[in-house]
Design a protein around this ligand. Structure first.
Ligand SMILES: NC(=O)c1ccc[n+]([C@@H]2O[C@H](COP(=O)([O-])OP(=O)(O)OC[C@H]3O[C@@H](n4cnc5c(N)ncnc54)[C@H](O)[C@@H]3O)[C@@H](O)[C@H]2O)c1
Length: 335
């Protein structure tokens, strides 16, 4: 088992435990004062936990439409009916959707009670469950309502990933690929446990330096500017991780077009994304002008206009004011 400490401001912090078959550690990482534990999960996730104290399991629906304020209201009603108090604890057992919802319910019920995450998807373990971002969707857009609410601990049991459907696995790999340029080096050469732990360590470092997402956290969106545009323009035919994979290749080609990186660096992007067997070309039928327009509106960018996270001589940086012709021409390199 590998333990990664996520340091937070004010001397706080929490442990992320990574290992195969470590679900049994849950009781040990729950807050001492918690008498009752509300386990939030979904039907169809073949993972059970035993918190070792009074607990109940609460199921939420599957799919992004259930990542909603009405799910939060229903959960909080059920917590109240059971008599959950502020000193008790919530456990989020599932993918990013479950940990986002469970974390937000924990942030607002009784004005906040402790939460421990047990992510069961690759994306959840390397990304969503780490960093304290919680929230739900509105009809107006994804993740528009939420809160920063740090967990007390995170338990990443890599054995739980064995039952993931192949496309969910690929989705996680797309996000994993980006960590190669965030300090991960040759992650593809590590075994699963080390690889997950390394991604957690990188995300923890970035989160620690920027707990409330005002600067450095933007680097975690490497590959995401084109990815978000592709998801919208393609009507979500591409899953998020697949779109990120294409976005990484695009960001490399764009950085080369701007003279920031050389051919070898682009080849390394193609090697890594290819090694995870992820897509590297923009699907046919997507309008280039629409992509450029959508990239200009990406809500994650820090400045108005065309802003990208790009590789360069000093590593990844947020680059604003990127020339629109270079942005459009580079799309052609990904057919
Ligand atoms: N908070 C953050 O920082 C952050 C970061 C990235 C993504 N997210 C959010 O994460 C969500 C996506 O997460 P996801 O990709 O994990 O998808 P998900 O949570 O929707 O899970 C995908 C599917 O896999 C099933 N599943 C989960 N674990 C399983 C297992 N072990 N075996 C078999 N099936 C299993 C789920 O029931 C679901 O049907 C999005 O809502 C996104 O906004 C949050």
């Amino acid at each position: 088992m590998i333990t990664v400490e996520v340091p937070l401001s004010g001397g706080r912090g929490y442990p992320v435990l990574v290992g195969e078959g470590i679900l049994g550690e849950l009781g040990a990482v729950l807050p001492d004062g918690a008498r009752r534990v509300a386990v939030v999960t979904q039907h169809g996730i073949p993972v059970e936990v035993d918190p070792g104290r009074d607990h109940r399991v609460f199921h939420i629906g599957r799919g992004e439409t259930h990542k909603s304020l009405s799910t939060i209201e229903q959960l909080c009603d059920e917590f109240a009916d059971w008599g959950l108090t502020r000193t008790d604890c919530v456990v989020g057992l599932g993918g990013g959707m479950v940990t986002d919802v469970a974390g937000f319910a924990a942030a607002v019920f009784h004005r906040g009670l402790p939460v421990v995450h047990v992510p069961t998807t690759l994306l959840g373990q390397i990304d969503a469950a780490i960093g304290g971002k919680t929230g739900v969707n509105l009809s107006r857009g994804k993740n528009l309502v939420g809160s920063f609410w740090q967990p007390d601990a995170v338990l990443c049991d890599t054995a739980t990933l064995a039952t993931l459907p192949p496309r969910e696995w690929r989705c996680g790999l797309g996000e994993l690929a980006k960590y190669h340029w965030l300090g991960g080096g040759r992650l593809d050469e590590l075994d699963l446990e080390q690889r997950v732990a390394e991604c957690v360590r990188i995300k923890a470092q970035v989160v620690a330096s920027d707990e409330r997402e005002s600067g450095r956290r933007a680097l975690l969106n490497y590959g995401h500017t084109l990815a978000h545009a592709l998801e919208i323009a393609g009507d979500h035919d591409l899953r998020h991780g697949e779109a990120v994979a294409i976005g990484l290749i695009y960001a490399a080609e764009l950085a080369r077009a701007l003279g920031r990186i050389d051919d070898a660096a682009v080849a390394e992007h193609r090697r890594v994304v290819g090694a995870y067997d992820l897509p590297t070309t923009i699907p046919d039928g997507i309008d280039h002008d629409e992509l450029v327009a959508l990239m200009g509106r990406d809500k994650k960018v820090l400045d108005p206009g065309l802003t990208f996270v790009l590789d360069g001589p000093r590593g990844l940086e947020v680059v604003a004011g990127v020339d629109v012709d270079a942005v459009r021409d580079t799309i052609g390199a990904l057919r």
